[in-house]
Design a protein around this ligand. Structure first.
Ligand SMILES: [Zn+2]
Length: 77
């Protein structure tokens, strides 16, 4: 496979869905809407990570970052 083919394959299916998807499932509608909003904002990754941790949601800091950079297969931000 050429590099171009491999890049196209990655664009079509960029890895797997990350832990953020499960986080959204744990949140109520209001909190999920807030998280969507903040994920799309310029708020630092660590702020989101710490706030989630305080809510008892354990998710890696790097997961938050990868998800926001859309390096996972999640459809929603
Ligand atoms: Zn994701």
């Amino acid at each position: 496979m050429s590099l171009a083919d491999l890049i196209q394959a990655e664009i079509k299916k960029p890895g797997t869905k990350c832990g953020i998807e499960a986080v959204y499932e744990q949140l109520d509608e209001t909190d999920a809407a807030t998280l969507h909003e903040v994920m799309a904002s310029k708020v630092a990754h660590v702020v989101i990570y710490r706030a989630l941790a305080k809510q008892g949601i354990e998710i890696g800091r790097s997961v938050v970052e990868r998800h926001r950079k859309r390096e996972c297969a999640c459809v929603t931000l």
